[in-house]
Unconditional design. Sequence first.
Length: 396
Amino acid sequence: MPRSSSRRHQIKFRTSFSNTIYDVLVGRGWKETDSETEWDVHWAEREWVYEVFDTMHLEPHQRINHFRNGRELCRKDLLVKNLKRMKRNLQRDGQVEQARAYDFMPLSFALPREYAMFVEEFKRSGGIWIMKPIGSAQGRGIFLFTRLSEISEWRTDPRHRGDKNNDDRAEPEAYIVQRYIDNPYVIGGKKFDIRLYVLVTSFSPLVAYLYRGGFARFSHTRYSAEPADVANNFVHLTNVAIQKTAENYDARSGGKKDLRSLKLLMASRHGMKAVDELFLAIERVIVNASPSLSANTKEDYALKCEMLNDAMDLVDVEAKLNGDEESVGGFDLIYEGGVVQHDPENCEWSTRLGTAIFRRPPSSSSGSGAAAPPHGNAAAAATSDDERQQHHQTTT
Ligand SMILES: Nc1ncnc2c1ncn2[C@@H]1O[C@H](COP(=O)(O)OP(=O)(O)OP(=O)(O)O)[C@@H](O)[C@H]1O
């Protein structure tokens, strides 16, 4: 795609969403269209892209928000399958150290297919396990258990049948069963997870950018791994969709703490170096096709709009980039066919505390050999299925 001159025509977008992404696209002065073919940006539903991608023709200037095979990394069972396969291949090739990098995933089995293997492991080791429907989001259908009989209920209960007509012969719904991490890092006694935004502009070679902003999603009930609390989702599941139904839910903060405050707090406990190292390790394991783009607070709305606006700059709809940028807005290149290694001699630590990566001073930004032009038609940042046709009030 020629990048020397900016395109002058009116940019047109298509979307069925009406949350932050809609506001951002309109805010850029772009025009909404219903046309099936005449658009520059299509912010589409994930399943739709998976279905039609192979039969659609994309012009070089057109951008769509999912890859055709995104579910290979973003559906829970396929992610497990691919991570296991990758690890096996590395072990087979004698790359022991690289294979070990895949140990971050707790022991997992795809049900019902690997039920017998799971039962063998469960009888051997016991403990707390977590069941997650393979294609769901927002904590829906997730539950913890400590006894096999609880799984038997899942196997026989019609509510968990793949066939919604309650056909007794239908297979139980597909789940991932995973060893539960029962000693999470807590703040104020509460469990949290972290929402980061990654924009993947190409899968071959893999090119990924990480956004500096993000937030932690907190539970509202103190963490406990006691048997009496195992069934209490308010203790164990940090999804906002779950937490907002808790009695003590704090609607003002939305249960969220921005990434910068989180890192400062952790730095005050452990030192900045430890926090930077932690976030570099996190960078190596981030994957998600559907971060919620709806907002439940003013801050949330501002963060998501700013992130999406920068994402639109990065996928270069208006053909304004040179193609060798390592940072665009809040997005920093972290992977381009391999981990982007910045020379510490030439770099300074980010002072924005968003992500812990080396940031090159502006004067030495060119000729690094690490940068890649943002390219490809797709960008893996999307919206949860539940957000279709919704406005700003929904949450993950
Ligand atoms: N193996 C595990 N050990 C401990 N906690 C877990 C484990 N797997 C998932 N969780 C917790 O369960 C909750 C839901 O997990 P996750 O966010 O992956 O589900 P989801 O339904 O796909 O949600 P979302 O759509 O918001 O990403 C989170 O609080 C997460 O920390």
